[in-house]
Ligand binder design. Structure first.
Ligand SMILES: [Zn+2]
Length: 313
């Protein structure tokens, strides 16, 4: 219906302008994701007696807005496209993370473009992500189903609904012609065979923190919200990763919320809150204990100060 598509276009335009200009104060899209200017680091051999204050290391949080380009994702009850809703939500999250001066947010896409799932993972690794949050909005045949949910990578994929959702989200690559299904299964099983339990455990820890934070920020949650499935986008072996389904676009109330800047702020603040709690117990000098063939185990410096410098080098 042309009336509906007009309405959708107008709503999308309103959403973009309100969220980006009103809430974010951005002059151009992407500003939130730009890395901060590199500040001069004090030399390790600073003159004795003039001890430079340690530069706080910015944690890299990769926000991954799902879908994009020809892959619109779910289409909402009144016509909103998931790919647009998650793009705006991701920008709000990036903005809130950057505002803390504790995080460097990186978006896996910053426009209506198609990014293969494996490339999203690759971008996160290239950015040396400390945390990866894939952002989606769900749909359900039952239009009364609503609420946010958080997913982590499964070892077994025993939850049938979660597996079905993973299949749907993973289809993103098939739509653009690159079938990632088999590779995903391989990658997933290899990762699990390598017993990279630590990353999975860290992901689960973050998922729990995020669920708590969503609740505290007034975001309604699906019952039994923390679930596990084989999402291709969660397979970076060394980055704690979750997939956040912010709500159901198939539910009119959820859909209305998901295009409200105030609600997107609540979601974004929940991500910041969860990240703060997650990293509070993880000093920067302690890298994840990763099994690695090519690199010797890192020798952690006694103090967190120079760690940022050695990682950047
Ligand atoms: Zn999605």
């Amino acid at each position: 219906m042309s009336h509906n598509s007009d309405l959708t276009r107008r709503r999308t335009a309103w959403l973009m302008s309100t969220a980006l200009v009103g809430i974010l104060g951005l002059s151009a899209p992407g500003a939130a994701a730009d890395p901060p200017a590199k500040s001069a680091r004090p030399s390790k051999r600073a003159a004795p007696g003039r001890k430079a204050p340690p530069q706080p290391k910015l944690r890299v949080v990769v926000i991954d807005p799902g879908h994009g380009g020809p892959d619109s994702g779910t289409i909402g009850a009144s016509g909103f496209y998931e790919k647009n809703v998650v793009m705006v939500a991701a920008r709000v999250m990036a903005r809130q993370l950057a505002a803390t001066k504790r995080y460097r947010p990186v978006l896996t896409r910053n426009g209506d473009t198609y990014i293969a799932l494996r490339d999203r993972v690759a971008r996160a690794r290239a950015a040396k992500a400390d945390l990866f949050v894939s952002v989606h909005a769900d749909s359900h045949p039952d239009r009364f189903t609503r609420g946010a949910s958080v997913y982590t990578l499964s070892e077994s994929g025993s939850d049938r609904e979660a597996v079905a959702l993973a299949a749907k989200e993973n289809k993103s690559d098939i739509i653009a012609g690159a079938d990632f299904r088999n590779k995903t299964a391989d990658v997933t099983s290899i990762l699990i065979d390598l017993s990279q339990r630590d990353t999975i455990n860290q992901s689960r820890t973050f998922a729990s923190l995020l669920i708590g934070a969503l609740g505290r920020n007034g975001v309604g949650l699906l019952a039994h919200t923390h679930r596990h499935a084989g999402f291709a986008v969660l397979t970076a072996p060394d980055t704690p990763a979750v997939l956040l389904e912010m709500g159901y676009l198939s539910n009119r109330q959820d859909e209305r919320l998901l295009v409200q800047p105030a609600f997107l702020l609540r979601l974004a603040n929940a991500v910041v809150d969860a990240a703060d709690r997650f990293f509070a117990s993880r000093p920067v000098s302690d890298p994840l204990p990763l099994p690695s063939v090519s690199n010797p185990p890192p020798t952690a410096p006694p103090r967190p100060g120079p760690a940022a410098a050695s990682k950047k080098a």
